[in-house]
Design a protein around this ligand. Structure first.
Ligand code: ZN
Ligand code: ZN
Length: 426
């Protein structure tokens, strides 16, 4: 077993959030391919566009895992980074409603993170750690307490060694600063990852892409296949450099549109205002769509998950029963049940959690969603139908503990075991 000496202490494993991670002898690279519904890489392989991944899966492991609910970006990236669900780390969306303060709070602030990341804990013990994200919104959360390289492709023209552990990334990889809405933003993450791995060989690396392509293009489409073919080249390079590579996703992606291509949306605020102004309640309710963030061009803040804050005195069960009668609603669940089933932090969700069916999205009211910029039918995520994600490894997993439900946030637990010559522990 490998180990690391720092300040006279030798580490052969690191304990983070009650899980144990062996010290890796070869670099570990986890790639979170944002919005990577399994059909994307399956179709790309079938169409001959991912020859490296095809042979990697023949000698490695071709598994599927469940992401955390809601199937959104922040909760899942933080779960992968901490190895635990949102009930422990506290990040259950892009924002939440703080009822005590009567304020909507963006969950980009590292202060809101309730658990340390693997990155901060490994780096505190002397490991070299590199975290590269596509968008800057995730960088601060993932970088909390991390001493190492941590930057976003979005701001890769503004890097300093002092603040990000690296500079001149665009020059190193020979790319121009990409648009935040582009395939190149993800390519820059991968290219920079290869560059850092070549020169620094960090123990842990995390590369987190953007789902801009997946929101617009279905599996097997030319643009989607081009994107996955681009990725294939970088996977081959990371593998050739001797890293243990896990490719997973924060969530899947499905069409949320009607047959005519228009968005298929249930506007919950409109529905609720009708209910809670009537016999089921007396004052206003609040619909929280945790997908909402400053980057809404590709989904108009429409996903398949919502949480509802209902005024005191509301007949919560009555509202739930009414919502269940709507076409396109998959589940309406009370706070306690939702926390138990989905491992959510009770103080950051409302009285009800609403989940839409596969091809339906949830909105507040029509005037609050700008879909005028959509050039393609709406594709989005957030529900149980986007929970299945790829878990692809360039090493053979010969055993998992009996009955273990594989999660995307097992990525480092699996990878550090394989990278120290072991199998995931029982
Ligand atoms: Zn995402
Ligand atoms: Zn998305």
């Amino acid at each position: 077993m490998s180990s690391k000496q720092k300040n006279g202490v030798r580490y052969d494993r690191v304990e983070v959030n009650s899980r144990t991670y062996p010290w890796p002898t070869s670099p570990v690279v986890v790639i979170c391919v944002d919005g990577s519904e399994p059909a994307y890489h399956e179709r790309a392989i079938a169409d001959g566009r991912m020859p490296f991944l095809e042979q990697m899966l023949e000698r490695g492991s071709d598994l599927r895992a469940d992401c955390v609910m809601p199937s959104f970006t922040n909760p899942n990236n933080l779960s992968i980074a901490t190895g635990v669900p949102p009930a422990v780390h506290g990040i259950c969306g892009n924002y939440f409603y703080d009822a005590d303060a009567d304020a909507e709070v963006m969950m980009n602030d590292p202060e809101l993170l309730r658990a340390p990341t693997l990155f901060s804990e490994f780096s505190a013990r002397g490991a070299s750690v590199t975290v590269i994200t596509a968008k800057d919104k995730l960088r601060r959360l993932l970088g909390r307490g991390l001493k190492g390289i941590c930057f976003s492709a979005e701001k890769s023209d503004q890097l300093t060694v002092e603040d990000h552990g690296i500079d001149k990334v665009l020059e190193r990889v020979g790319m121009d600063l990409p648009s935040v809405y582009s395939a190149e933003l993800s390519e820059l993450v991968l290219a920079a990852g290869v560059d850092v791995l070549e020169r620094d060989r960090p123990e842990l690396m995390y590369l987190s892409l953007t789902d801009y392509i997946q929101h617009k293009h279905a599996p097997g489409s030319k643009t989607a296949n081009d994107f996955y073919a681009m990725m294939d080249g970088y996977l081959a390079q990371l593998d050739a450099l001797g890293a243990v590579v896990v490719v997973t996703a924060d969530h899947g992606m499905n069409a949320k549109s009607a047959a005519d291509g228009s968005p298929q949306v249930i506007f919950l605020q409109t529905v609720l205002d009708g209910l809670t102004a009537g016999p089921l309640g007396t004052s206003t309710s609040r619909v929280v769509l945790p997908i909402t963030d400053p980057y809404t061009v590709h989904h108009g803040a429409l996903g398949s998950y919502a949480t509802l804050h209902l005024p005191k005195g509301t007949d919560v069960d009555g509202v739930a029963a009414e919502l269940r009668t709507l076409d396109g609603i998959e589940e309406v669940i009370g706070r306690e049940d939702a926390c138990r089933r989905f491992e959510l932090p009770a103080d950051r969700i409302g009285e009800l959690v609403v989940i839409a069916e596969r091809n339906t999205a949830l909105g507040t009211s029509p005037d609050r969603h700008d879909v005028s910029g959509f050039t393609e039918p709406l594709r989005s995520h957030g529900g149980l139908t986007e929970q299945r994600v790829p878990f692809l490894v360039n090493r053979k997993i010969t055993e998992l503990p009996a009955g273990h439900r594989l999660r995307n946030f097992d990525a480092y637990w699996v990878a550090t075991a394989l990278a120290s010559g072991q199998q995931p522990p029982n």
